[in-house]
Design a protein around this ligand. Structure first.
Ligand SMILES: [Fe+2]
Length: 189
Protein backbone atom coordinates (compact mmCIF):
# COMPACT_ATOMS: atom_id res chain seq x y z
CA UNK A 1 0.00 0.00 0.00
CA UNK A 2 2.87 2.38 0.77
CA UNK A 3 4.42 3.93 -2.32
CA UNK A 4 7.11 6.07 -0.67
CA UNK A 5 8.57 6.60 2.78
CA UNK A 6 11.25 8.62 4.51
CA UNK A 7 12.14 9.62 8.06
CA UNK A 8 12.63 13.26 8.92
CA UNK A 9 11.96 15.32 12.00
CA UNK A 10 10.89 18.96 12.03
CA UNK A 11 13.34 21.46 13.49
CA UNK A 12 12.98 22.17 17.23
CA UNK A 13 11.54 25.58 16.31
CA UNK A 14 8.87 24.13 14.01
CA UNK A 15 8.00 21.44 16.55
CA UNK A 16 7.52 24.08 19.27
CA UNK A 17 5.25 26.05 16.93
CA UNK A 18 3.17 22.93 16.33
CA UNK A 19 2.78 22.28 20.08
CA UNK A 20 1.87 25.90 20.73
CA UNK A 21 -0.72 25.90 17.95
CA UNK A 22 -2.33 22.68 19.22
CA UNK A 23 -2.39 23.87 22.84
CA UNK A 24 -4.05 27.16 21.97
CA UNK A 25 -6.61 25.73 19.50
CA UNK A 26 -7.63 22.37 20.97
CA UNK A 27 -10.91 23.24 22.69
CA UNK A 28 -13.01 20.06 22.85
CA UNK A 29 -10.80 17.77 24.93
CA UNK A 30 -12.87 14.68 24.08
CA UNK A 31 -12.39 15.12 20.35
CA UNK A 32 -9.16 14.61 18.44
CA UNK A 33 -7.73 17.90 17.20
CA UNK A 34 -7.46 18.95 13.55
CA UNK A 35 -6.16 22.23 12.18
CA UNK A 36 -8.40 24.15 9.85
CA UNK A 37 -7.11 26.65 7.34
CA UNK A 38 -8.50 29.81 8.92
CA UNK A 39 -7.21 33.03 10.46
CA UNK A 40 -6.35 31.28 13.77
CA UNK A 41 -3.98 28.96 11.98
CA UNK A 42 -2.29 31.00 9.22
CA UNK A 43 1.04 31.19 11.04
CA UNK A 44 1.37 27.46 11.56
CA UNK A 45 0.45 26.78 7.91
CA UNK A 46 3.08 29.27 6.79
CA UNK A 47 5.62 27.23 8.75
CA UNK A 48 4.34 23.78 7.75
CA UNK A 49 4.02 24.39 4.00
CA UNK A 50 7.73 24.90 3.17
CA UNK A 51 8.78 21.94 5.37
CA UNK A 52 6.32 19.55 3.72
CA UNK A 53 6.73 21.14 0.28
CA UNK A 54 10.36 20.03 0.25
CA UNK A 55 9.58 16.46 1.37
CA UNK A 56 6.80 16.23 -1.24
CA UNK A 57 9.09 17.54 -3.95
CA UNK A 58 11.68 14.86 -3.02
CA UNK A 59 8.96 12.21 -3.12
CA UNK A 60 7.60 13.35 -6.49
CA UNK A 61 11.16 13.30 -7.89
CA UNK A 62 11.73 9.72 -6.65
CA UNK A 63 8.37 8.65 -8.08
CA UNK A 64 9.26 10.13 -11.50
CA UNK A 65 6.45 12.66 -11.34
CA UNK A 66 8.19 15.94 -10.57
CA UNK A 67 9.18 16.70 -14.17
CA UNK A 68 5.93 15.59 -15.84
CA UNK A 69 3.25 17.00 -13.58
CA UNK A 70 1.88 20.01 -11.81
CA UNK A 71 0.14 19.39 -8.53
CA UNK A 72 -1.42 20.99 -5.47
CA UNK A 73 -0.86 19.72 -1.96
CA UNK A 74 -2.68 20.18 1.31
CA UNK A 75 -1.40 19.90 4.88
CA UNK A 76 -3.21 19.54 8.18
CA UNK A 77 -2.11 18.67 11.68
CA UNK A 78 -3.86 16.33 14.09
CA UNK A 79 -3.48 15.37 17.73
CA UNK A 80 -5.15 12.55 19.62
CA UNK A 81 -4.48 11.14 23.07
CA UNK A 82 -5.98 8.70 25.58
CA UNK A 83 -8.71 11.24 26.50
CA UNK A 84 -9.83 12.00 22.94
CA UNK A 85 -11.66 9.88 20.42
CA UNK A 86 -9.79 8.71 17.34
CA UNK A 87 -10.26 8.83 13.57
CA UNK A 88 -12.66 6.20 12.20
CA UNK A 89 -11.92 4.45 8.89
CA UNK A 90 -12.05 6.92 5.99
CA UNK A 91 -10.31 7.73 2.72
CA UNK A 92 -9.10 11.02 1.29
CA UNK A 93 -10.33 10.39 -2.26
CA UNK A 94 -13.20 12.57 -3.41
CA UNK A 95 -12.30 12.62 -7.09
CA UNK A 96 -9.11 14.61 -7.52
CA UNK A 97 -6.64 13.33 -4.91
CA UNK A 98 -3.96 10.93 -6.12
CA UNK A 99 -1.44 10.54 -3.32
CA UNK A 100 -2.08 10.91 0.41
CA UNK A 101 0.52 11.02 3.15
CA UNK A 102 1.02 11.13 6.88
CA UNK A 103 4.02 12.29 8.88
CA UNK A 104 4.29 10.75 12.35
CA UNK A 105 5.61 13.82 14.14
CA UNK A 106 5.43 12.39 17.68
CA UNK A 107 3.86 8.98 18.20
CA UNK A 108 3.75 6.39 21.00
CA UNK A 109 5.15 2.84 20.63
CA UNK A 110 1.59 1.66 19.95
CA UNK A 111 0.93 1.47 16.21
CA UNK A 112 -2.33 3.44 15.93
CA UNK A 113 -2.51 4.03 12.16
CA UNK A 114 -3.84 1.20 9.99
CA UNK A 115 -5.10 0.43 6.49
CA UNK A 116 -8.35 -1.50 6.18
CA UNK A 117 -9.25 -3.99 3.43
CA UNK A 118 -12.68 -4.99 2.09
CA UNK A 119 -13.02 -7.69 4.77
CA UNK A 120 -12.30 -5.16 7.55
CA UNK A 121 -8.82 -6.63 8.15
CA UNK A 122 -6.45 -4.02 9.51
CA UNK A 123 -2.77 -3.73 8.52
CA UNK A 124 -0.46 -1.58 10.61
CA UNK A 125 2.56 -0.21 8.72
CA UNK A 126 5.81 0.70 10.48
CA UNK A 127 5.21 4.13 12.05
CA UNK A 128 7.98 5.44 14.23
CA UNK A 129 8.39 9.07 15.21
CA UNK A 130 9.73 10.93 12.17
CA UNK A 131 8.38 8.44 9.60
CA UNK A 132 6.60 9.90 6.57
CA UNK A 133 4.54 7.49 4.44
CA UNK A 134 2.52 7.98 1.26
CA UNK A 135 -0.21 5.81 -0.27
CA UNK A 136 -2.89 5.96 -2.99
CA UNK A 137 -5.64 8.35 -1.87
CA UNK A 138 -8.41 5.78 -2.32
CA UNK A 139 -6.98 3.51 0.43
CA UNK A 140 -9.20 3.28 3.51
CA UNK A 141 -7.36 3.91 6.76
CA UNK A 142 -8.06 4.83 10.37
CA UNK A 143 -6.46 5.54 13.73
CA UNK A 144 -6.88 3.53 16.95
CA UNK A 145 -7.35 5.28 20.26
CA UNK A 146 -4.09 6.00 22.07
CA UNK A 147 -3.73 3.72 25.11
CA UNK A 148 -0.79 5.45 26.81
CA UNK A 149 -1.96 8.19 29.15
CA UNK A 150 -0.43 11.66 29.08
CA UNK A 151 0.87 11.24 25.54
CA UNK A 152 -0.21 13.60 22.78
CA UNK A 153 0.11 11.75 19.47
CA UNK A 154 0.86 14.37 16.81
CA UNK A 155 0.79 13.82 13.07
CA UNK A 156 0.60 15.94 9.94
CA UNK A 157 -1.20 14.66 6.86
CA UNK A 158 -2.22 15.82 3.42
CA UNK A 159 -3.13 15.05 -0.16
CA UNK A 160 -1.56 15.64 -3.55
CA UNK A 161 -3.85 16.39 -6.48
CA UNK A 162 -2.56 16.62 -10.04
CA UNK A 163 -3.54 19.66 -12.02
CA UNK A 164 -1.50 18.56 -15.03
CA UNK A 165 0.11 15.29 -16.14
CA UNK A 166 2.17 15.40 -19.29
CA UNK A 167 4.02 12.40 -20.71
CA UNK A 168 4.76 10.98 -24.16
CA UNK A 169 2.95 13.83 -25.88
CA UNK A 170 -0.25 13.14 -24.03
CA UNK A 171 -1.31 15.98 -21.80
CA UNK A 172 -4.01 15.66 -19.14
CA UNK A 173 -5.14 18.88 -17.46
CA UNK A 174 -7.67 19.26 -14.70
CA UNK A 175 -9.54 22.44 -13.96
CA UNK A 176 -9.74 21.71 -10.26
CA UNK A 177 -11.39 24.77 -8.79
CA UNK A 178 -10.26 26.55 -5.63
CA UNK A 179 -12.85 24.89 -3.40
CA UNK A 180 -11.98 21.49 -4.91
CA UNK A 181 -15.65 20.88 -5.56
CA UNK A 182 -15.30 20.45 -9.31
CA UNK A 183 -12.57 18.54 -11.09
CA UNK A 184 -12.94 18.13 -14.86
CA UNK A 185 -10.21 16.38 -16.85
CA UNK A 186 -9.19 17.42 -20.36
CA UNK A 187 -7.03 15.15 -22.49
CA UNK A 188 -4.88 16.62 -25.28
CA UNK A 189 -2.82 14.69 -27.82
FE1 LIG B 1 -6.78 10.18 6.96
Amino acid sequence: MIIWRTNQSPSDGLYSEMLESIQSNHKNKEQFYTTFYDENNLNIFNSLLPFYGEIISNMMTDLGLQHISRYQYTVWMQMNNSSTNSHNPHSHFVGAESISWVHFVNVPNQKCFYFQDSNNNKTYPDQNTGDFIAWPSWAIHGVDKVKQSNFDRIICAGNISFTEYNFNNQRVISDLNEEKTICRWHIYK
